[in-house]
Every structure is written in structure tokens, then in C-alpha cells.
Ligand binder design. Sequence first.
Ligand SMILES: Cc1cc2nc3c(=O)[nH]c(=O)nc-3n(C[C@H](O)[C@H](O)[C@H](O)COP(=O)(O)OP(=O)(O)OC[C@H]3O[C@@H](n4cnc5c(N)ncnc54)[C@H](O)[C@@H]3O)c2cc1C
Length: 325
Amino acid sequence: MNGVLVVMEQRAGTWNRMSFEALAAGQQLAAKLGTVCSAAVIGIGDNVTALAAELTNKNLAKIIAVQHTLLSQYTADGYTAALEQAVKQADPAYVLFPHTYQVRDFAPALATRFNSVLISDVIAIHDGPIFVRQLLQGKLNADYKHTASGPCFVSVQAGTFRADTLKSGTAAVEPFAPTLDPAQIRSKPGEPFRESAHTVDLSAAPVIVSVGRGIGEQDNIPVIQELASALGAELAASRPICDNGWLPMERQVGSSGQTVSPRLYLAVGISGAIQHLVGMKGSKTVIAINKDENAPIFEVADYGVVGDLFEIVPALTKAVLAAKA
Ligand SMILES: Cc1cc2nc3c(=O)[nH]c(=O)nc-3n(C[C@H](O)[C@H](O)[C@H](O)COP(=O)(O)OP(=O)(O)OC[C@H]3O[C@@H](n4cnc5c(N)ncnc54)[C@H](O)[C@@H]3O)c2cc1C
């Protein structure tokens, strides 16, 4: 067994951004172990060929392009069967994934094929390697070490590793054609998650404007929505906003909501409770607007504005719109 294999995620020729964080994790794990890192891209057609080619300037041993017509759309059965064969051939010691909804769906089944488990939602990798996961909604960190024979399967939480730390190099694409039979695929793909009417995957949003209890009441939410629209950002919220039904639950960020790692996270009227921070601390730049200068959110903010959101946010929206005009 050798090396680290990172299974990248794409849909219709578009990367899931978290794949590059997992790739950075893979490179760093390989460096720790004194071994090599490879990547796998899965699907069919020109999309996959083009995406695999995009990785040839990265420091990778190889890029495995796993292609089959039965992989044109994601199914747990198809991905599990195809990756089982690809992993057996590549024989890596560690298989890493981004901790996406799709990975949560198929990776435990894939690990089971190797009599193993998925060490999911890892927030740090220490020497050993030791994989750190959070338990009890972030109250405890637990260390996991792989002791069984066979590959170790790990998914990496958004924001844990930075995609901008990826090391460059040169790598060749190696095609891999799994043997798949239509009878193996028991499910028929429906509408993809991201496109469905009432759901939002905040983990892929590059800019997020997040609103907290400082907004006072539901009728004031448009003040924040207008700023989000001006910035082309997704609207998110702290838990009380969603608990009150002022915004849908799927927009909640935090230990019992989504984990996000946008380029910019604007926290408006959010105090910065630990349960909120664990969901957004991977953001590249954090701007906080809060009238309390001692609010804990300022401890993780790169830029802090102490003041009344009802004065600052409309002025900011106006300035953004003026700058874009
Ligand atoms: C098991 C568990 C899980 C949890 N999961 C989550 C989770 O996933 N996500 C989450 O967010 N929380 C979660 N919480 C709740 C968390 O503990 C906090 O209660 C919550 O994050 C607080 O939300 P908030 O910051 O919006 O509200 P508050 O703590 O009430 O803060 C409001 C802030 O707005 C500021 N403010 C008020 N008026 C203005 C104004 N006019 N202008 C500017 N600033 C103003 C105040 O100074 C204050 O800092 C969880 C709690 C538990 C126990």
C-alpha cells in the first residue's frame, strides 16, 4: 500500500470547491508520511477529461480519471462500485474526501467494502497520523488512529485546510475504466440537491452575509437581504433566527447548522457563541458588525465595525451598489 488518494468532487464539469481543501489535506498528509499524493476524478466525458487536465500542474503522483457512462450522474451504487475498483488498483494507504453531502452518502459504503469505516468530518490531522473529529456538537475533540489493515477512509471538514496552500508540480492523467453493470445501480437520480427548490448548500458559497439576533425582528431581515444581494452573497443566519422561523433552517451556520468557509463572511448582529464560531471559523476573511465592542465575534474577525447595524448596513449596501454602478 502506498500514498494518499484524494477523491475530488465535481458535478456537470464544475468542481466542488471543498475538493481543493481535501487535496491540500492530502498533500500535507503525504508530506508528513514521506509519501506521494494522487487525485481521482469521477464521471464521464469531456467534463471529466477537462477537470483532470486542470490538476496536471499540481504536485501529485498521478490523476486517476475514473470514467464510465453509468457515472454520468451521481448514484451511491455507481460511485461506490467504481471507486472500490479504482482504490483496489491504486492501493493507497489513505483515501481522503471533502466532507460534502455526496461524500456522506456513498463514502461509508465504500469504506465498508474494505471492512473499514469512514473517519468523517475531520477538523485536524496530527502526526501519527491522528485524525481529530468533534463530538457532542463541538464540546469535545476526539482523536482517531487507523489500526486495521487496508486503506483508511477520511473526510475533511470545510475550512480545515486551505486550498491556497496547494503545492504546484506536474502530474499525468491515468484513465481508469471500471466494470459496471446497470443492474448494480439500484437508484434513479432525481433533481440534484443544489438545484432543488428549497435547499441551499452554503458550504460552496464564496461570499456569505449572516444575520443574528441583533436584527431584532423578522420584518427587518430585508435590510440584510439587500446587502447580500448587492454583494452577490448567500444569506445565512445564527440559530435563533432560524429557530424563530425568520429564515429557513437550511440557512443556519454553526455546530447544528452548516459549516462554511467562504472567502468573505460578514457577521451582522451576531454575538459569536462557540456553536456559531465552529461553523464559520474556516472563513478566509471575517467582517463583524456589532454594537457591543466586547462581543466574542470580534476575536475571530479580521475587520470589526462597532456600531448599530441599522445605520451601518444600509450605508454599506448603498456604497456597494454605488461602487458597482
Ligand atoms: C447544542 C447547541 C447547538 C447550537 N447550535 C448553534 C448553531 O448551529 N448556530 C448558532 O448560531 N448558534 C447555535 N447555538 C446557539 C448559540 O449558543 C447562541 O445562542 C447563538 O449563536 C446566538 O445567536 P446570536 O449571536 O444571533 O444572538 P445573541 O447572542 O443574542 O447576539 C446578538 C448580538 O447582536 C448584537 N446587536 C444587538 N442589536 C444590535 C444592533 N442594532 N446593531 C449591531 N449589533 C447588535 C448584540 O450586541 C449581540 O452581540 C447552539 C446552542 C446549543 C446549546
